[in-house]
Design a protein around this ligand. Sequence first.
Ligand code: AN7
Length: 365
Amino acid sequence: MTSLSSGMMWRGLIESYRAHLPVSEQTPVISLCEGNTPLVYAPRLAAHFAPDCELYLKFEGANPTGSFKDRGMTMAVSKAAEDGAKVAICASTGNTSAAAAAYCAVAGIRCVVLIPNNNIALGKLAQAMVSGATVLAIEGNFDDGLRIVKDLTANYPIAMLNSLNPYRLEGQKTGAFEVCDFLGFAPDFHFIPVGNAGNITAYWKGYREYHELGKIETLPKMCGFQAAGAAPLVLGHGVDAPETVATAIRIGHPARAEEALRARDESGGLIDSVTDEEILLAQRETAALSGIFGEPACAAPLAGIKKLNAQGYFAQARQELGRKPVVVSVVTGHGLKDPNTAIRISGSPTVVPAKNESVLKAIGF
Ligand code: AN7
């Protein structure tokens, strides 16, 4: 498939980072012009959460389907199309299914998604349904769905679109490239929510590749955050009945657990957890102090930054570096994905008569 755009137009991450990706002239590029997302400087948020840091938010909600999953999906679906796939499948807590459905629609591949019944955010369900995917709400959780996907793709001609597919991680590593291309250097710390652990693995791969190419001189410490009720990597064992308000990361048996722990250890970072209360507060405060509205999962690392700053974690780095450490946190999905949770935590608007004096009175003038 050829793109009609040319010149300075952004043509999606495969065209932009082709030299770093396993694609060839034969690969049909299935793209929605994903990537090139904003890296937003957030000084007011930093002043409140982490005064010892220079804080940047990588807003992946700006991708075409509203999450970072588009990065992996442009690669995975392009390679599935190259292989002549007719049917593709994924298990999902919501965002993977939204991205899979959209990219399969571009490619003309039939898409089947397995979602946990009653446990995905409203916007994500709408995305999968409207794109014409076959949406199966299984009576089980994400981990059950992934087990089925592994079995079916091993035995039937169905392409696997979960991040066990290595092409997913190849696409997602470009997030790290963009951070470095924007800053001109690598951040000191990279914060990220962790569910199935594909994205932390992919970012670490991206940073290491740029380092090996000499494009960056240092590597960030990788700091992953899970929700307390779904924190297998913090507990050191799987969780059979994960629970959290952050449904995107309601995962008890992460497929990329070992790679995530390696990223943590090789980089000198950490993987920790925060409670649902901390997540919801951080989600609201982030929107109010930076303008960036992420879904609850994205607030896990932000709550983590707040917690670690209070413990003096960054003060120590600041002393060692002789400047404030540069911290990037990935806002992996758009807040509009989950309007129910946002409204529940923020309350309802004040109803007033349609009169000047009523509005003035309500705002205290
Ligand atoms: C907003 O969509 O697993 O650690 O099936 O949607 O790479 O799994 C989503 C995960 C973080 C965790 N933030 O990333 C799915 C799915 C958001 C997410 C994660 C997800 P991984």
